[in-house]
Design a protein around this ligand. Sequence first.
Ligand code: CDP
Length: 214
Amino acid sequence: MKNSHLIITIDGPAAAGKGTLSRRLAERYGLRHLDTGLTYRATAKALLDRGLPLDDEDLAVEVALNLDLSGLDRSVLAQHGVGEAASTVAVMPKVRRALVEAQRAFAKRPPGTVLDGRDIGTVVCPDARVKFYVTASPEIRAQRRYREIINQGGTAELPAILADLEKRDARDAGRADSPLRPADDAHMIDTSDQGIEEAFETAKSIIDAALAAD
Ligand code: CDP
């Protein structure tokens, strides 16, 4: 896809730094941003709020088909438990199909979009102009998630967060439909020992080089 409609994808495991990087890149290049994790979180939260089971695929699809992607708010969907529930809902192929269709429709609107998630470069937007896979060691990611929770006034225990993240990584990478993995043409960014500024600069120079080659 050419400059006129730029799509940038950012995949990777939980708490790797995808969200901040995506928002910064969207701002830098004047693009829209879609955090696709929120679509899975919103589906899961709607089921939880109504006391409905998380493993009824038809119910979950109905919720997914009625989501308004423009009204998703991470602060409402941030709870750790909602993330866990999201990864359970995300295993169901019909739910994925409904959400992927909505994500693609969002991505198509001008002037272009930065999307972050788990399967964006591989399944949602395989023709994206630039793809990244952002990762960090499980220990570093658990520490970041822990600090996020504490900063929001919550309580958490680091070993439990680490165990949850590892369980979620395994569920996301091990599922049959659209598992978490880098696209063959993704640029790898490891944020274990680089801050957001450094990751942003790395991503920016890769994007600028790609755009200059168009
Ligand atoms: O913020 P965090 O990395 O904890 O998770 P998230 O991006 O909000 O995603 C929550 C869950 O939704 C993930 O663990 C995945 O199971 C699922 N998800 C997915 O399957 N595909 C995506 N494109 C995005 C999220």
